[in-house]
Design a protein around this ligand. Sequence first.
Ligand code: WT7
Length: 663
Amino acid sequence: MSETDDTELEARLAEQDEFEPPESFVEGANVTDPGVYDEFEESWPDCWEQAADLLDWDEEYDQVLEDSNPPFYEWFTGGSLNASHQCIDRHLPERADEAAIEWVGEPTDEPDRTITYGELYEEVNEFAAALRDLGVGEDDVVTMYMPMVPELALALLACSRIGAPHSVVFAGFSASALAERMNDADSEYLLTANGYYRRGDPLDHLAKTNEGLAEVEHDVETVVVDRLGEDGFGHDLTDDQHDYDDLLADHRGAEVEPVERDAEDMLFLMYTSGTTGKPKGVKHTTGGYLSWVTWTSQAVLDIKPEDTYFCTADIGWITGHSYIVYGPLSLGTTTVMYEGTPDYPDNDRLWEIVEDLEANQFYTAPTAIRSFMKWGEEYPNRHDLSSLRLLGTVGEPINPKAWKWYYKHVGDEDCPIVDTWWQTETGGMMVTTLPGVKNMKPGSAGPPLPGVDVRVVDAEGGEVPAGGAGYLTVHKPWPGMLRTLYRNDERFIDEYWAVYSDTDSDDPEDWVYFPEDGAKVDDDGYITVVGRVDDVVNVSGHRLGTMEIESAVVAAEGVAEAAVVGADHDVKGEAVHAYVILEDGHEAGEEMRARIEESVEDAIGPIARPERVVFTPELPKTRSGKIMRRLLEEISDGEELGDTSTLRNPDVVEDIRQDVQGD
Ligand code: WT7
């Protein structure tokens, strides 16, 4: 292409705010009928039989939706199934020799690992048998604190095979965060690894695991995967720690009948952050969740069994559960798992993987796309990415500029982009374009999926007109929804349901689900999600609670009081800024800052480390003593300050502003 063409193209792209799906894509897409929206609306909730039909039920369900006890909705009641059967056994006749998982380790001098469906069957069965022998029974919660190695995916399936719910804790979380989650769930089994590689260096993950175990209040049987081999740190395993390979060797050839689970039986638990300092255990069930992720993987990610599908998320977060493991494997496709970071050994690592494996879909987060942009188009340009058919994003809003960069330099203007809004709690996608049906609008996730009743409402619960902004709400239940917060129904109601109602009534029938996001809606019903309206920050697509970070900051010796806010950040989306008041006798400075950082790393993990610590003699407070975090956020973002008239101490804001903004 000549340089003038290129400039014209840039100009056209920059102006264009609506894109049609490429014809070549539409021709072969899984869903192409625009009538699906009306059809689902008219037949709701029976429309969701289409999702359930993608699964192989042991016992057919007798009811699609059981809604007699809102907000405790149930889906596909009376039905039974097993998730590992859906993801493995049922594909064996056709796909035993096809790749289920393509695993790529971070070091480049080590062979990749291809696991066929046949091999997946064998190893999952062996591990399921081993878990049973360790004492894991149906409904026992098994915690996983694992890097991105194949054993993590296998373990999810082994647990689901024996009806043991898993609770995966992101490996980047701290020892204390692990212990807190294991204690909350009374989880007596743990799968971990001796380490993993990060930018070329081995990390000692078992040392961190052991620190965490020391804080767990009950006995734990631990299984340790030897990821590092000779690079390991020479830890001896204790009596209640078992080597993964030894366990498999002891159960070579074992087969375990998949346990028949009720549709509403728990498949897994996933802890996530919310308004209070305590993480919430989101409970997902077998039938509804699996139907949801299977249907959305097919309709939105356009996955077909013969595809190679690459999602860059970590299985430690919900995206990895739904769209690396359960959705793709349920459809019998090949799913890619990559252990490392996108910039090791160079900034083209992900494109190298796409080219080598001829990936057809690529699903990532806007924060990654902003890094790709910063690194420059020469990195994707170095590789043949023509195998790609569809691109996706998730986790935070994507600005139109990043969207267009992705569209052009990764998708070569020939792949639709699905900007998918959803949450840990929703189980799977809720708002996004159907890629073979709808036009795309950069920056806007799109309309709600068929059968999904998402609306933008004002503070009183009234629907905002087109062009308006307000709060995102979901007005009808959906199969993938969380069922409750683990052993805390009350918090489930308080946090998500009793917030908005059509009539302001306290009748649960009128309640709607509140995801705690702000959003705008346009004339075509396209929704642009702006961000959280609660005390949650989104750092590089990682969801962190400001209250959790604040309590970690305050735990540092010498800190009297702290307020944590999410400040705008070019690459990370948001960065953690901590405003800190010290106790008398303690000095602001480097040493204090290091102490605060360490305290946060210990309590949560390096991902929550404050990017900036501002020492201040006072925090802006309302007359009733509430910290005005909004003002601190404005200061961090270099914005004009909003209304300070309700403050008890208005002068302090100007002092802090001058200190931070430097004028
Ligand atoms: C929060 C959920 C969904 C899996 C990964 C994150 C934000 C998510 C989008 C999007 C704008 C988005 C929301 C949401 N979010 N997707 N496409 N556009 N914002 O799951 O950790 O539960 O976080 O991520 O604020 O509430 P999570």
